[in-house]
Design a protein around this ligand. Sequence first.
Ligand code: GH3
Ligand code: MG
Length: 633
Amino acid sequence: MNKIEQLRISGKLPSPKGVALTIMEISLRENATLSEVTKVVQTDPALSSRLLRLVNSATEASRPLASINDAVMRLGMTVVRQMAMGFSLVDQYHDGTCQGFDYQEFWSHSLFMALASQELGSVVRIGSPDDLFACGLLAQVGKLALATVYPADYTAILEQRANGEALLALERERLEVDHDEMTAAILADCGIAKALAEPIYFHAAPDHADFAEGSRPYQLTHVFYLARRIADLGLASEAERHCNISELLRLGGKIGLDVESLGELFDRVVRQWCEWSKLLKVMANPLPAFCEMTSAPLFRPEQEGKSQTACKRVLLVEDDLITRTIMEGVLSKQFGCTVYTVENGKDALTMALEVMPQIVITDWLMPVMDGLEFCRTLRATDWGQSMYVIMLTGVETEEKIVEAFEAGVDDYMAKPMKIRSLNARMRAALHYVKLLEAWEHDRAQLKQFAADLAISNRRLEHTAMTDLLTGLPNRRAGLDALTRNWSASKRTGQPVAAMMIDVDCFKSVNDRHGHAVGDQVLQEVARAIQSSARKDDSVCRMGGEEFLLVCHNTDLRAALLTAERLRKMVQALKININGVDIQTSVSIGVASRDTDMEDPDDMVLGADKALYAAKHAGRNRACYFSQGKTHCA
Ligand code: GH3
Ligand code: MG
């Protein structure tokens, strides 16, 4: 028996109580009815008002529902069960005995993630927003479970301040089970479908899942990950926000959300978070608008500690041993910098190219190449532009200082060098380096963001023109192709023909074998039509079981021959689904561009009339439209 089974049997896993438990029991019965569930919900005013809030938040634009009966009907048995379970856990585990576990913060974050999942669900249209709310709320419930079952051990684990994979490994090592496994077990108990539970399991590290790119589980995993990162931003300290925002922009770009849409979504989630927090008695702090966060200063210089300035590379160019030794000591000990020393401008150039220092401190008067020439040469290179250069000067006349600045230095310092003065200069230099790094980081993020957005736009464009079931171009794309072919035909004088193809008695396939089998039959027919088309022809699914084939440079006679060949091909198709042979046929209406047709719509209309005639004449045949009349062979 595995660890989770043991815990389940011991009754220690967080589980719903009272009304929520009754709802779970009813809803898992086969003969359960919604009105039974409604009656139980009505006995709990808190649950009733929360369900009403949920149902009304998803339909903000339409008339709000006021009756719990309507709300339960709208949400359905599964969502009501999940929400009752989720809310019951929030109420019961507001607080607990695990010292290291912040229960308030946990629910605050979970609620934020629930609302972000719900909003993303309606923007990306990947699942029912209500379902996603429940998933978001419970996405990390395994942590609560570990805190509940092992309060002391989990406190010790949390004290290690591990995150992500490291935390999971620590949990497995000490408790033989990790919070992701616990979450999966609780979601299964809640009756959350596997199609949602699996993406939740992988959501914290989407790259670890091997879902096919673009598939529904893949998209759901990324939506949950983004929802989680949005919640992280909601609870982040002011100093942490900047990193979070850059990543959010990148993730948003991946699913086609630009900065503005992401900002609007975030602000909506924050508003709802504040409202919901009152209903659930969960902590929520007011947050600035998204656009304010993105335009906030990157960091405050006064917050800069030694740790932030550590490991900067400084190139010190000084021929005087004593000055060099003192400065090297200050720079490495006081500022934690890595210091490279050389004695003249020529060696300094070689060293600068090798170690790419962020800061250069150089003496003026030196043998071989002096500081001024070194600085000029440095600034003439691409790689030496952004280094911060401080010049040491023995003579502090205005003329000399101007000369130094003209050579490209950023600052100067008088000799003999004073430690206080060096400290002040270094603070300014480090401030510059920090800003430069933040700017470079942002630029890299924006570049990545723009690239992701471009890819996702191309994907969206493709999706907008493609029929999901058959993979053929959809009606919109088909009509575009029709217009293009029509114009080319007018321009070149070459003929063009259109065929409307409709599966015969398709409704009875659905009725007899079910909709899923009907879908597969449609896919087979689509494949047959596609394979019978020539390279320059365009095929599309017009909708339902109807297809349009536009034949380039084809007259009516040739089109009729093609139609007949296609008809026979479909009739001969052996479609075997789950061991059952299904036979089908198509009726085809053909028309070609005629002198009395004004636009492509006239040609399609002609093909439509011919299709109607083919159906009327008994189906499984091709008829054509010519000179205002339909003809069947
Ligand atoms: P006819 O020979 O006159 O064309 O009869 P029919 O049954 O093919 O036509 P009808 O218009 O009566 O029914 C078409 C059916 O196709 C009804 C609709 O439910 C079904 N249908 C439309 N789109 C899809 C789909 O994507 N998948 C499945 N499985 N069925 C679909
Ligand atoms: Mg049909």
